[in-house]
Design a protein. Structure first.
Lengths: 113, 119
């Protein structure tokens, strides 16, 4: 089942903050966050595995709620380089031979000077 | 870091012809590779999972005979779009598992994608 991402798009001025949400109707094994710039490959940001976990990648952080059904990506003091489409990829099973990610529809983030 | 090379980046072909897209893991062995299709401003739709030395596992609704996947080695998977039609025009992206782990989970490394235009 495809996770639901919100918002679909957000426009910021440099230095502002943003939150991107990723929700699932089922408990997840893991949530993966990627950023894709136009015409380029999605780039890995971070993975969350444990309920209540918080992870950080430079000035970008993410959380995974206790029920493991929602993850949020926090972009603080945004930089121009943060612009791109952010995808969450969710894994329901515990990996192994059935490992695969189902991606949300993405959130287009535009950071203006 | 782990790198996945995808080739060609752009291809234009005539309707009815076949097109092959290659996905190579350059500095690691990829036991599993994934093929996605991405429409403009849309999500990455998983088409199939490719395991080295075995048949690919296709997602529901993906035609096996239309999209042939071969994973002949631990560093190479190919997607062949057979008898391509204009509706097959899209952005195809591959990813590979095995390029690293993060917090005990596998990280996917993506190729830069291939834009297919069928005239």
């Amino acid at each position: 089942q495809q996770p639901v991402q919100s918002p679909q798009a957000v426009i910021l001025r440099e230095g502002e903050d943003a939150v991107i949400n990723c929700s699932s109707s089922k408990a997840l094994y893991s949530v993966h966050w990627y950023r894709q710039k136009h015409g380029e490959a999605p780039v890995f940001l971070m993975i969350l595995l444990k309920g209540g976990e918080q992870m950080r990648h430079e000035k970008i952080s993410a959380s995974f709620n206790e029920k493991k059904q929602q993850s949020s990506l926090y972009l603080t003091a945004s930089q121009l380089s943060y612009s791109g489409t952010y995808f969450c990829g969710t894994e329901i099973n515990s990996g192994g031979s059935n490992y695969k990610l189902t991606f949300g529809k993405g959130t287009l983030l535009t950071v203006n000077p | 870091g782990a790198v996945v090379s995808q080739h060609p980046s752009r291809v234009i072909c005539k309707s009815g012809t076949s097109v092959k897209i290659e996905c190579r893991s350059l500095d690691f062995q990829a036991t599993t590779m994934f093929w996605y299709r991405q429409f403009p401003k849309k999500s990455l739709m998983l088409m199939a999972t490719s395991n080295e030395g075995s048949k690919a596992t296709y997602e529901q609704g993906v035609e096996k005979d239309k999209f042939l996947i071969n994973h002949a080695s631990l560093t190479l998977s190919t997607l062949t779009v057979t008898s391509a039609h204009p509706e097959d025009s899209s952005f195809y992206i591959c990813s590979a598992e095995g390029g690293g782990r993060y917090s005990g989970a596998n990280v996917l490394t993506f190729g830069a994608g291939s834009r297919l235009t069928v005239l």
